[in-house]
Design a protein around this ligand. Structure first.
Ligand code: ASP
Length: 464
């Protein structure tokens, strides 16, 4: 029996009246003719606070669109399909022969399903539900799961980094063979950097994974990425902090990227993660890991990890723009910031206007570091007069460290040496996990990043 409250959930007049006049309810499969075109899809419920003018349709592509009441010419009901989106939480089957992997959940799309009340993606899966939706994981390893947080990754921060690093340390102590961390993609590279610094000399792989498209969408990369990450954690011999994400759009393999060299580079492509300033560390195809870059740190259960879950939160990053005024830097110094990372232009430049503010920052003991907006290439402050002048003002160049990585490293370095700024500065300039490298590999800028035809040829050559 139909329940009028459920049938029109979230809809009010005028939209509700249009639905009633056309014999359409929530969960109707319809063809809508509108002044903007014809659309076929499923009518979704809405939240009570949504506007009264739109009908929300989930198209077959997985995208939701809103149709305004006054554009609708007719709605034709073709069927009815009530969606049930709860995925059963299942106990993971154990096999004594298989490696033990700990899966930490932090949230993000990989842990999400669509909330049909609001049409938004919400973090709703527990790690147990993740297994329920990707049973192939049982062929790879024995998985223990723990949901540490349930947040979109913009809400990851110092506190979450500290907890995550400490929990990784505990999982290593407990003898796991590998760690997988489910994470939102937007700031996965920040967390990968944080773990690179906070959990050093890990004896086992620590593999971060996310997905660009939620698992209710046909083109979701969630299961594929998770299975690849579990393989890298359970069977791979690279014991570093890595990000495991979609390779080329042809779906042939996943790539493993080193924690401090990876960055999200596209808002919506599944092959969004790129290793910058280098080539990716390895690829995973059909569950098998092939290294692309050597040397790397080998798995060694006897090695002791050094875990330092500390982070000074009064650090910041300033993206330079032409016409920047000195008061931007002055304000940060006055607010008690202890360290500033600048993402400068070209080889590491800012305008003359901010020089006095940089000088003042130095006098007040605020550390200032230089990185590049170009993302590829090295800070070189001896080439132009500007660079030399900025060096004179005490700004420290950070080679090819990515700006976000420098920000995270600075928080960690000042957290480690709260009373010894010189020690923090020395740590900043010491390469850790390839956060700074000696040179870019030949061709690294042009190829080998997934998704372009050149790679196929390049990879074939390496594998043959
Ligand atoms: N906004 C999401 C997040 O970073 C995106 C994702 O998971 O892909 O949490």
């Amino acid at each position: 029996m139909s329940d009028p409250k459920e049938d029109y959930k979230g809809y009010r007049d005028p939209m509700r009246a249009v639905m009633q006049a056309n014999g359409v309810t929530v969960w109707s499969q319809i063809v809508a003719r509108t002044s903007r075109g014809t659309f076929a899809g499923l009518v979704l419920p809405r939240s009570e606070t949504s506007d009264a003018d739109h009908l929300v349709l989930k198209l077959e592509s997985g995208y939701n669109i809103g149709l305004r009441a006054d554009t609708i010419e007719s709605l034709e009901k073709r069927g009815y399909k009530k969606a049930e989106y709860k995925i059963p939480e299942e106990e993971f089957p154990k096999d004594p022969e298989k490696p033990r992997v700990m899966l930490f959940g932090t949230g993000g799309t990989i842990a999400s399903r669509l909330d049909y009340r609001t049409g938004a993606v919400i973090p709703a899966f527990s790690p147990g539900e993740l297994y329920g939706s990707v049973p192939e994981l049982a062929d790879v390893c024995n998985l223990d799961t723990e949901k540490l947080f349930g947040v979109f990754s913009e809400n990851m921060g110092a506190e979450q980094y500290r907890v995550l690093a400490a929990r990784c340390g505990e999982a290593i102590e407990a003898g796991y063979d590998g760690i997988v961390i489910g994470h939102g993609t937007d700031t996965m590279h920040h967390t990968a950097a944080a773990l690179t610094f906070m959990v050093q000399d890990t004896p086992i792989p620590i593999v971060m994974v996310g997905s660009q498209r939620s698992s209710d969408r046909p083109s979701s990369d969630a299961a594929r990425n998770l299975i690849a990450a579990a393989n890298a954690a359970a069977h791979g011999d690279i014991a570093e902090v890595m990000v495991c994400m979609f390779g080329p759009t042809s779906d042939q393999y996943n790539l493993l990227h080193r924690g401090p060299r990876v960055r999200k580079m596209h808002s919506s492509y599944r092959s969004t993660f790129r290793t910058l300033g280098d080539i990716p560390l390895a690829m995973i195809r059909d569950g098998k890991l092939s290294a692309l870059k050597t040397p790397y740190r080998l798995r060694d259960p006897k090695r002791k990890a050094t875990v330092t879950p500390v982070f000074e939160e009064r650090v910041t990053i300033v993206y330079y723009y032409p016409n920047m005024q000195p008061d931007v830097i002055d304000a940060l110094v006055d607010c008690g910031y202890k360290g500033i990372v600048i993402a400068g232009t070209g080889l590491g430049h800012v305008n003359r206007l901010v020089y006095p503010a940089l000088e003042r920052a130095r006098e007040k003991g605020v550390q200032v570091y230089m990185t590049l907006q170009t993302l590829w290439g090295f800070v070189q402050m001896h080439v132009y007069e500007t660079g030399r002048e900025i060096l004179q003002l005490g700004v420290v160049p950070l080679a090819n460290m990515l700006p976000e990585v420098a920000y995270i490293k600075l928080g960690w370095a000042l957290g480690r040496h709260p009373d010894d700024p010189e020690a923090a500065k020395a740590l900043m300039q010491t390469p850790i996990g390839d956060d700074m490298t000696e040179r870019e590999p030949f061709g690294g800028y042009l190829v080998f990043q997934g998704g372009v035809p050149e790679i196929t040829g390049f990879v074939k050559k390496i594998l043959s």
